[in-house]
Write a protein that binds this ligand. Structure first.
Ligand code: SF4
Length: 207
């Protein structure tokens, strides 16, 4: 039985497929408590639906499927859900908060995952208070089809990201996202020019 906050259709907001229609599966529960969290119903006591695997699969309307949380990878049975979605031939994007080792999930069905499953890591910067929980070994595992996404709330976060990516190599696409009322787009533009950060992608949320 899976604890679901809701299943809904929407344009993808994050990751490599941002802008395309997808069916979202929002699993309840999170292992972190970020300072800026506004998703209490997924992070704290559960208030949603309970569905079997079949009920979830039958609710999918689009070829692109995205699993989100909270932190979906802590959900009991998540491996079976990933397998079932891939077995049906859907394209899967798994959003994770960066605290979980991805290797076991990247090898669930290594042949299929290579082509049809991507990961979007929402890495927690220091201003969240959860940076110490990040599993940095994930960085070198990520592929060019995966995204590592840094929401930055101040210039300390921005400097932190630059140092992190200097010390840890990753093939993932690097999305730098200015938080509302945090760092301005102009500041980030100037910073990227000053440090010649050619592989950063300034990503302005579309919704
Ligand atoms: S990872 Fe997301 S859901 Fe969990 S505490 Fe942080 S902001 Fe909230």
């Amino acid at each position: 039985m899976y604890r679901i906050v809701k299943i809904f259709n929407n344009i993808e907001i994050k990751g490599l497929r941002a802008g395309r229609l997808a069916t979202y599966i929002w699993l309840s529960g999170c292992n972190l408590k970020c300072n800026q969290c506004t998703i209490k119903k997924s992070s704290f006591p559960y208030q949603g639906l309970e569905l079997e695997l079949e009920g979830i699969i039958n609710s999918i309307d689009y070829a692109n499927v995205t699993i989100i949380g909270g932190e979906p990878l802590i959900h009991p049975g998540i491996e079976n859900l990933i397998k079932a979605i891939l077995d049906k031939g859907y394209f899967l994007n798994v959003e994770t908060n960066g605290s979980i080792a991805l290797l076991p999930y990247m090898t669930i069905k290594a042949d299929v995952i290579r082509n049809t499953c991507i990961f979007t890591v929402n890495y927690r910067c220091p201003s969240t208070g959860m940076q110490h929980k990040m599993w940095n070994l994930n960085l070198e595992l990520l592929r060019p089809v995966d995204v590592i996404r840094f929401t930055v709330y101040d210039m300390d976060d921005v400097n932190f990201v630059r140092e992190l990516l200097h010390k840890n190599s990753t093939k993932a696409v690097k999305h730098i996202v200015p938080a509302k009322l945090g760092v301005s787009v102009q500041e980030l533009n100037d910073y990227m020019l000053d440090y010649q950060l050619e592989d950063w992608c300034l990503h302005i949320p579309i919704l």
